[in-house]
Design a protein around this ligand. Structure first.
Ligand code: GAL
Length: 378
């Protein structure tokens, strides 16, 4: 089964935009293996928009840009596969891709076959220049059937930016992950907005098909194609922890050949990745802090894990340091139960001991605290 867990990998768009070529992609494949990303679970290496010639060939087939990819896509996918990685490519449901290259509208079955011949394992499918008379759901359905008929198992990553509430129907049409928001930018306000916009839709994610609030910006620090000032380390930590807690795909977007040590070890944090990949894929449950003003921008969650433990998560998305409290009655552990939570800090590994009734954590502005929790008798 494809996408049994939220897919993990790297995509060229955030950092490189149109400046992609086969040597770069090979270097990325090398970096994914040599720098420990593959071992951490990142399997898919995905080439985004701008890989094609501007026109199809005389047989109506897509053609890789002859200057950027002189050896062709099959040779490149062979290289990627030889590293133990899976190979992803990009097309679009509309008349042209967003960067004005040929798209698959009306060519779905030919293109799916072409991708299969090239050894593609993952297709990101965008939504630019979609005709007004077109039917969005049918268009994604057509590519879904075309991929299934292509003779190769290809993960279908839809990208219609949340148009027509995709969480309600993408699973039914065979998609494995679907972009539910506009594009992420490399700044705190961007990941805050798109991440939090999906809290109520995460209940539709489950093995086989996941909500995708876009690629990671961790480690970009304002460099690249979606750079807008960048984030602080604290903010990247919050972004990554949120994507892990939400159980959404982890597609890295930074230049992983040389992200700094902080970002590399964050994206390879075993415990956070295990939470993201938990086999039950339960979305987090938001616990509202009664009496806290809304404009504090605070979010507390509990997430059930398949091993019988929980994650308690405290996010301070506001601009001031805060003490956040999570009253345990809100997660079904009232005072009279005689039970409490034994907590371990997920980032520091510190044993926080057992707590009863409520736990309050000091959380810096734009920061988060995450705890692994076990129910214990007191
Ligand atoms: C956007 C999409 C981005 C990227 C870009 C390429 O529509 O959301 O993730 O793929 O197109 O042009």
């Amino acid at each position: 089964m494809l996408a049994q867990r939220p897919p993990m990998g790297w995509n060229s768009w955030n950092t490189f935009g149109k400046d992609i070529h086969e040597d770069l992609i090979k270097e990325m494949a090398d970096a994914m293996v040599d720098l420990g990303y593959l071992d951490a679970g990142y399997t898919y290496l995905v080439i985004d928009d701008c890989w094609a010639e501007k026109q199809r060939d005389e047989n109506g087939k897509l053609v890789p840009d002859k200057e950027k990819f002189p050896s062709g896509m099959k040779a490149l996918s062979d290289y990627v596969h030889s590293k133990g990685l899976k190979f992803g490519m990009y097309s679009c449901a509309g008349l042209r891709t967003c960067a004005d290259y040929p798209s698959s509208y009306g060519h779905e079955f030919v293109d799916a076959k072409t991708f299969a011949e090239w050894g593609v394992d993952f297709l990101k499918y965008d939504f630019c220049y979609f005709p007004q008379s077109g039917n969005c759901k049918q268009a994604y359905q057509t590519m879904s059937l075309a991929l299934k008929h292509s003779g190769r198992e290809i993960l279908f990553s839809a990208c219609n930016w949340g148009v027509e509430d995709p969480w309600n129907w993408m699973r039914s049409i065979g998609v494995h992950m679907y972009r539910s928001t506009g594009d992420i930018q490399d700044k705190f306000e961007s990941f805050k907005k798109i991440g939090l916009s999906q809290v109520d839709n995460l209940c539709c994610s489950a093995p086989g098909c996941y909500n995708d609030p876009d690629m990671l910006i961790v480690g970009m620090y304002g460099k690249g194609n979606v750079g807008l000032g960048g984030c602080t380390d604290e903010e990247y930590r919050t972004h990554f922890a949120m994507w892990c807690l939400f159980g959404v795909p982890l597609m890295m977007g930074g230049d992983i050949r040389n992200v700094n040590e902080f970002s590399r070890s964050l994206m390879q944090n075993k415990e956070l990745i295990a939470i993201n990949q938990d086999e039950e894929a339960r979305p987090p449950y938001r616990v509202y802090n009664q009496g806290y003003p809304n404009d504090w921008d605070t979010y507390t969650f509990i997430k059930h894990l398949s091993n019988g433990e929980y994650v308690l998560a405290y996010f301070n998305m506001g601009d001031e340091d805060r003490k956040l409290s999570l009253p345990f009655v809100g997660v079904g552990l009232p005072y009279y139960s005689g039970c409490g939570f034994h907590l371990t800090d997920i980032f520091s590994g510190e044993d926080m001991g057992a707590h009863y009734d409520i736990y309050s954590a000091q959380v810096p502005a734009h920061g988060c605290r995450l705890f692994r929790a076990k129910v214990v008798d007191l």
